[in-house]
Design a protein around this ligand. Structure first.
Ligand code: XIL
Length: 457
């Protein structure tokens, strides 16, 4: 039995403690939403784990309260990278990594180890050295054995190799690839497995969320590693996304990896928008978070979703993508944004707060792409009500990437520019309390096919 199962078995007791702490904390720290339990409990009820990247020095006060209450998994944002743990050759600094692991254990949280083999954030003694292949190989093996060994039994999953591919699916030229060839990946996995046989071993990358050349290269790699008996347990889809650009093939892509016999995790989710934020962008962001978490929730082998920082005050986005920000589920004052409720809704919570799908009473709409081909796709919208009902309805959204409706069924739809409006037919205007109505459509797309936010009126 793996650590993750043991941890989740202990969650019911911990959940009581967490709920009590949340009640006590109501006055001090902003409560997420009175009607819903914390995200970690919603996720656990779906057999999923919701996590966040953290900075060790911030784990006190409100930041610490929210981290402990809402999340079932922590990823050190920087603390376990080679440059952090061994800034000088042979001289180690484990302070922040140890602190995060201790916090996680105290709060009955899993830890995702991030990351062992990468082209970035390596110490300068390593990148500036000149090494023979044999030296490089032994440096890497030592690094992996030392770090994985130190945290053996405490890490649920390791991002063993980070970002090995170029966009076109060829291998990225790095210290490791250039010195050791593509087999540095198999070696790293094998060494990590030897140091902690129970940890799940992942390859992690970005722009591999949808089906494309890069994710297909990752798919082929995982397939060949499995065929060779190399220990590979999962793939991490980072999911650093741009507002309104959740790939339509996300769920299909997760499923194809699952079908290879590996787990999938969304490891670094954030959805950046051009600043300043406004209510329309925040509503779209809610739809984006909901779509990503919903795609994971729909696939059994998707282990869970980690957000890359839960608050806009601790996000890498503003300093990395000038002009962009507001990419996380909490604002800079630790107030939950619509995106928070998007996550909650995708995990089966009532959500409700924060607008976004503009519920008419307690009615909201869920938009999914059910199939997609080179120039067209089929979409489905489900309107559901709880604690409210409708005798007629209208669902509207904006096709922001030039998509063009061609046909609809079980609704009358019109499109004017980007704006799409669909109304009930005479026979399906009624949505009872606790019930739902579904309609479908075909449309054309090219370039990208993001999931829009749908409002119901
Ligand atoms: C980022 C951190 O969040 C920043 O604080 C740091 O300055 C740069 O790295 N992909 C990854 C993460 O795998 O490790 C990166 O984290 C974000 C992109």
């Amino acid at each position: 039995m793996r650590t993750s199962h043991l941890l989740s078995a202990r969650r019911s007791l911990a959940g009581l403690a967490t709920a009590a702490a949340a009640l006590l904390a109501l006055g001090a720290a902003p409560s997420a939403h009175a009607a819903d339990p914390p995200l970690r409990d919603l996720a656990a009820a779906q057999g999923k784990v919701i996590g966040t990247a953290v900075t060790g020095s911030e784990l006190t006060g409100t930041y610490g309260d929210i981290t402990g209450r809402e999340f079932g998994s922590l990823t050190p944002g920087n603390a376990m990278k080679w440059g952090s743990v061994e800034p000088t050759r042979g001289s180690f600094d484990w302070a922040e990594a140890d602190q995060i692991v201790a916090f996680a254990q105290a709060h009955h949280q899993q830890v995702r180890g991030h990351t062992l083999v990468w082209h970035s954030q390596n110490p300068s003694w390593l990148t500036g050295g000149s090494w023979t292949p044999a030296q490089l190989s032994s440096l890497l093996q030592n690094h992996i054995s030392t770090e994985v060994g130190r945290y053996q039994g405490k890490i649920t999953g390791w991002d063993v190799v980070n970002e090995p591919f170029n966009e076109d699916g060829t291998y990225r030229s790095t210290l490791w690839y250039d010195g050791l060839g593509a087999d540095y990946i198999a070696s790293a996995l094998t060494w990590a497995h030897a140091a902690d046989p129970a940890a799940k071993l992942y390859i992690n990358d970005y722009n591999v969320e949808g089906v494309n050349a890069k994710s297909t290269a990752l798919y082929n790699l995982v397939k060949s590693l499995k065929a060779r008996g190399v220990p590979i347990d999962g793939v991490g889809l980072q999911a650093h996304l741009v507002l309104g650009q959740v790939p339509a093939t996300l769920q299909q892509n997760i499923q194809r990896f699952a079908d290879l016999g590996v787990d999938v995790a969304i490891t670094e989710l954030d959805v950046r928008m051009q600043l300043p934020a406004d209510s329309g962008k925040l509503a779209q962001q809610k739809a984006d978070f909901k779509a990503v978490v919903g795609a994971c929730a729909a696939v059994t082998r998707c282990a869970g979703v980690t957000v890359w920082g839960f608050t806009d005050s601790d996000s890498w986005v503003p300093s990395t993508f000038p002009g962009y920000g507001a990419a996380t589920p909490y604002d800079e004052s630790y107030q939950p944004k619509p995106a928070y409720y998007g996550i909650a809704e995708a995990l089966g919570g009532s959500g409700g707060g924060g607008g976004g799908t503009a519920p008419a009473g307690g009615c909201s709409a869920a938009y999914t792409v059910t199939s997609q081909w080179n120039s067209g796709f089929t979409g489905q919208v489900r309107i559901s009500c709880t604690g409210a009902s409708l005798s007629s309805w209208k669902a509207s959204w904006s096709f922001g990437a030039g998509q063009q409706l061609t046909q609809a069924w079980n609704a009358g739809c019109t499109q004017s520019g980007a704006a799409v409006t669909c109304s009930n037919i005479s026979y399906n205007g009624t949505v009872p309390d606790g019930g739902s109505v579904t309609f479908g459509f075909n449309a054309n797309w090219s370039g990208s096919n993001p999931v829009p936010a749908v409002s119901v009126g």
